[in-house]
Design a protein around this ligand. Structure first.
Ligand code: FAD
Length: 100
């Protein structure tokens, strides 16, 4: 029996759940996503999408709309913040662009 006859229930509409649901749907599964929160909304933090994650999103066909509404850069500024009064800043060039 082909597994695509299965109706897959995904619990949680976070990045993991939605990515799994979209991927399963693209492979012919019937998918329902259940989320406990009454609404999905922004909570005020930016999200850095690394190149490997962007490749996965492109594979799923949603790379373009995400890139169109993001800042795409090869430069990455990492701040190592410790209990010391000064923070160490490390600027690096990435081989592939990061999406924020
Ligand atoms: C402030 C902040 C900044 C971050 N920045 C980055 C970043 O820049 N780049 C990056 O890669 N990662 C970042 N992360 C980490 C990233 O957000 C998480 O790794 C990612 O969201 C995890 O996704 P997830 O789908 O596994 O879980 P979640 O996003 O936690 O989603 C789980 C979902 O399941 C739902 N749920 C749980 N239990 C049930 C249930 N019993 N029934 C129904 N629904 C349920 C929850 O309500 C939730 O919506 C950040 C995290 C935080 C908190």
């Amino acid at each position: 029996m082909a597994l695509t006859h299965c109706h897959v229930l995904v619990i949680g509409a976070g990045i993991g759940g939605l990515t799994a649901a979209l991927s399963l749907q693209r492979h012919g599964f019937r998918v329902s996503v259940y989320e406990q929160a009454s609404e999905l909304r922004e909570f005020g933090a930016g999200l850095l999408v690394t190149p490997n994650a962007m490749h996965a999103l492109e594979f799923l066909g949603i790379g373009e709309p995400i890139a169109a509404t993001s800042n795409v850069s090869n430069e990455l500024l990492i701040a190592f913040i410790s209990l010391m009064p000064s923070a160490t800043l490390c600027k690096t060039k990435a081989a592939s662009p990061h999406t924020l």
